[in-house]
Design a protein around this ligand. Structure first.
Ligand SMILES: [Fe+2]
Ligand SMILES: [Fe+2]
Length: 257
């Protein structure tokens, strides 16, 4: 039986994690959604053996996992999207030669890219039709909301920069700050490719699930919706192009089916 998670109690025991009232209500609502979710009983977080790690590290990793899962359930339901994004990002970071510390950090940080959606107005988040300009702005603000929550903890610095920057584009036409090129943190540039590859493989209300070959082609060459050259870091696209079969492997290993 999963114990109820009381965020206010958690924060009382972690004074460094000061969360804005609005975000706190949203995070608690999301945890309550997890508690109501039938899969919770069968899905356990990826625990590291207690004997080999400090209690605080294990607790942090569990909390991060549940935070990411809360955001995903609130946004688009259950499934392994966030776990797959962790794995693609870890793999891509290794492929481009990042050091162990970076790879380990992105391995648990990437899953929090859309955490800020738990602070987006639920009416806007759940709206089926096209969004007004104001609603679009509120939706885009999930980047800022996520950063606001995550930047409260020094342990989550990379997660905070990913949350803020994962919708920036290489050509400077993204949001929220229209950063371009290497001004966009590498962690966010990596997570963006991971996130979009996985979204392409997944059926959404506006698109079918694409097979690996189609998703590979869109990341490398673009399509009507995605301008690959303007969107992604070209060095990362090259690394993806060299290793794309591993993305398909991760997709199949952590499939939702
Ligand atoms: Fe996002
Ligand atoms: Fe995502």
């Amino acid at each position: 039986m999963t114990e109820a998670f009381i965020l206010s109690e958690y924060i009382d025991h972690h004074p460094g994690l000061a969360i804005d009232q609005r975000d706190m209500a949203a995070v608690q609502r999301a945890f309550d959604l997890i508690a109501a979710d039938g899969e919770t009983e069968t899905q356990t977080p990826p625990l590291v053996p207690a004997a080999t790690v400090q209690q605080s590290k294990q607790e942090l990793e569990n909390t991060i996992y549940f935070l990411a899962r809360a955001a995903q359930i609130y946004d688009e339901g259950t499934g392994n999207h966030t776990r797959r994004v962790n794995e693609y990002s870890f793999f891509l970071a290794q492929t481009v030669g990042m050091d162990t510390a970076f790879c380990e950090e992105i391995h648990y940080s990437a899953q929090l890219h859309d955490l800020g959606k738990i602070s987006v107005d639920p009416i806007v988040l759940g709206k089926a039709g096209p969004l007004s300009e104001t609603e679009r702005q509120e939706m885009d603000n999930h980047t800022i909301y996520g950063h606001r929550i995550l930047s409260q903890s020094p342990n989550l610095a990379m997660a905070a920069e990913i949350a803020l920057n994962h919708h920036e584009k290489w050509d400077g036409t993204g949001y929220p700050n229209a950063l371009g090129g290497e001004d966009i943190p590498l962690s966010a540039r990596i997570t963006q490719i991971a996130d979009i590859y996985d979204a392409l493989r997944t059926a959404r209300s506006y698109k079918p699930a694409f097979d690996h070959e189609t998703a590979r082609s869109i990341i490398i060459s673009g399509d009507a919706r995605i301008d690959s050259v303007g969107h992604f870091d070209p060095k990362l696209v090259e690394a993806f192009s060299d290793t794309h079969a591993d993305f398909d492997r991760i997709w199949r290993e952590l499939s939702d089916g």
